[in-house]
Write a protein that binds this ligand. Structure first.
Ligand code: ATP
Ligand code: MG
Length: 566
């Protein structure tokens, strides 16, 4: 589907935002675009933010401009320094750099205050004594105009005096607000004298107790953009109505620069929730291990799971930028990481559900070092040696006591190829008498088939992976499934989205058996376990010499490839 978007030259046509940027550049209006990524430091970034980061920083890179990282920190009760740090780390990890352009909306509190007084002086803002509830009731509806606040006609002098007293702490929290004087009958409800400042005594992560009044988002955002000379202020569609207010503030204050706000469709993904507020609930109520739980679609969760920055960037590129809300399936993200890791991840053998194989005719005590390729399609990734001995582990489901005809793996009397090893034939198996569980499989090997080919040219269809039992490294492997059991967990406002949590979203497998070489694998190393998927060494749970693996994603076409004898 993505292919259709490509032009004959192979280059993708520009999305509607890049078309605007390119035109502004061509016209000389904005030779170098300045964009910003403006997160609120009230949680960790998620995959939706990655879309915005790739757009804003991507444009700066592609058009010779710059992108600011600005923390939109106007809500002291929910914001914390640990979120600031994680956001910075995540943006950098994704491969972007704000250079010296790191800003905080709180750095502008003094200037924002001055702008507020200026609005009062030109009779465009007033102090209102209504409670939050009363303001809501006065606001009207889509079909009915609102009603004026009884304080709407206060004199400029009185407003100035009251606003200063608000700042100086003379009034209790929530008792008064500063409102823009616009139009209580505006068809855009947001324009019905919106609140610009509220009284709130809270410790701010940067300004401490200096302020007891805080500016609202709509007042702060446009002025911060203006102060930073942003040329294009890109945000998601839900801010469409806010654009009227964005423009009103800048026009009314006659600011020297007026950034253009452009809205695009946010990223929505199935089988997950995307709002920080909901992700925070999952963390705080213990449904996941933390913000970086490998099942979370946070940047830190994806990183710990083993996703590469490149795969996330290429996912964002594939989904594109548009104006229509849509839902993206997890498989699109999974494909992006598969494509990247298929190129780069070294191949190894790991057995997730071990079953012992004893090669009856292989000399006891003999150990051979077999040569395995690290990447069958990429010889430049080199080779390694894998020990082979009389006792091996294979995957339990690669053996069947009574296999159907089309089962090309191991069964009584059947011959299979051990990857990089010999052809072996099953002669018998041991069973636990009470449970019927197969406990070991006895085979013979053909010493003339080292490397996997029979000199007589006989055909052996199946190839299975294995590890030498006395040499294998026993380890823990986490297998993941989606975090929710339904496509749209938060679709129904009356049902707690957490009832849809998938209780089996993590399967922890102990005593998996992997190649001994993996004892030294560093945290965050990414590998392909042949036929099982791509895995990474968990950076939180692994100990030196004792790696814990996370499955990043399964392989789509594992069988096809190996059976062709790749
Ligand atoms: P959430 O709804 O998850 O709490 P938010 O919009 O409140 O997110 P902010 O910190 O305000 O989070 O977001 C910073 C920037 O990231 C904003 O410009 C916002 O538009 C953008 N953004 C947030 N979520 C998405 C998304 N799902 N898709 C694209 N951009 C997003
Ligand atoms: Mg927000």
């Amino acid at each position: 589907m993505m292919k259709e978007l490509e032009t004959d030259s192979g280059a993708k046509p520009l999305d509607f935002i890049r078309q605007i940027i390119a035109q502004d550049q061509k016209d000389g209006k904005h030779p170098a675009p300045t964009t910003r990524f403006p997160p609120e430091p009230n949680g960790f970034l998620h995959i939706g933010h990655a879309k915005s980061i790739c757009l804003n920083f991507g444009i700066a890179r592609e058009y010779g401009g710059r992108c600011h990282l600005r923390f939109d920190d106007t809500n002291p009760s929910k914001e914390e320094t640990k979120y600031v740090d994680s956001i910075k780390a995540d943006v950098q990890w994704l491969g972007f750099n704000w250079q010296e352009h790191l800003y905080f909306a709180s750095d502008y509190f003094d200037r924002l205050y001055e702008f507020a007084e200026q609005l009062i002086r030109i009779n465009k803002a007033y102090v209102c004594d209504l409670s939050a509830d009363e303001i809501r009731r006065h606001r009207g509806t889509l079909t009915e105009a609102g009603t004026d606040s009884p304080n709407r006609d206060r004199s400029i002098e009185e407003n100035l005096a009251l606003f200063r007293r608000m700042r100086d702490g003379d009034f209790p929290d929530g008792s008064r607000v500063l409102r823009a004087k616009i139009d209580m009958a505006s068809p855009v409800i947001l324009m019905r004298d919106p609140v610009l400042y509220r009284i709130l005594r809270a410790d701010h992560h940067r300004t401490g107790n200096k302020w007891c009044i805080y500016p609202m988002y709509d007042f702060t955002h446009c002025l911060s953009d203006m102060l930073e000379n942003i040329t294009h202020s890109l945000c998601t569609l839900e801010f469409q109505d806010n654009r009227s207010l964005y423009d009103w503030v800048l026009e009314t204050l006659e600011t020297p620069c007026h950034p253009r706000q452009i809205e695009f469709a946010r990223l929505n993904m199935t089988y997950t929730v995307m709002s920080k507020r909901k992700l925070l609930q999952l963390v705080e109520e213990g449904f996941v291990e933390g913000w970086d739980d490998p099942r979370m679609l946070t940047i830190s969760g994806l990183r710990r799971r083993g996703y590469t920055p490149k795969s996330i960037r290429s996912f964002c590129e594939q989904i594109g930028i548009g104006k229509k809300e849509s839902w993206i399936d997890m498989s699109v993200l999974e494909n992006a990481v598969r494509e990247d890791l298929n190129e780069t991840a070294p191949r190894v053998m790991g057995v997730l559900d071990p079953l012992k194989v004893i090669i009856d005719n292989y000399p006891e005590g003999l150990v051979e070092e077999l040569v395995a390729q690290n990447h069958p399609q990429k010889p430049e990734l080199g080779i390694r040696s894998v020990p082979f001995s009389r006792e091996l582990y294979i995957e339990r489901d690669d053996f069947m006591a009574e296999p159907p005809r089309k089962f090309f793996r191991l069964g009584p009397g059947r011959e299979v190829r051990l990857r990089y090893g010999y052809l072996i034939t099953c002669v018998s198996f041991d069973q636990d008498e009470s449970s019927g569980m197969v406990t070991a499989v006895h085979c013979t090997y053909d010493p003339d088939t080292k490397g996997g080919n029979a000199p007589d040219g006989r055909k052996v269809k199946g190839t299975i992976h294995w590890v030498s039992a006395p040499h294998a490294l026993s380890c823990t492997v986490n297998l993941y499934d989606r975090l929710f059991t339904v496509e749209h967990p938060d679709a129904d406002k009356d049902v707690d989205f957490k009832v849809h949590i998938n209780r089996d979203s993590r399967i922890k497998k102990e005593n998996c058996m992997v190649e001994p070489s993996l004892a030294g694998a560093e945290p965050a190393t990414r590998l392909q376990f042949e036929r099982q998927g791509y895995f990474s060494v968990d950076s939180a749970q692994s100990l030196p010499g004792k790696p814990v693996f996370n499955r990043i994603v399964t392989l789509r076409d594992s069988w096809a490839k190996i059976e062709k004898g790749a």
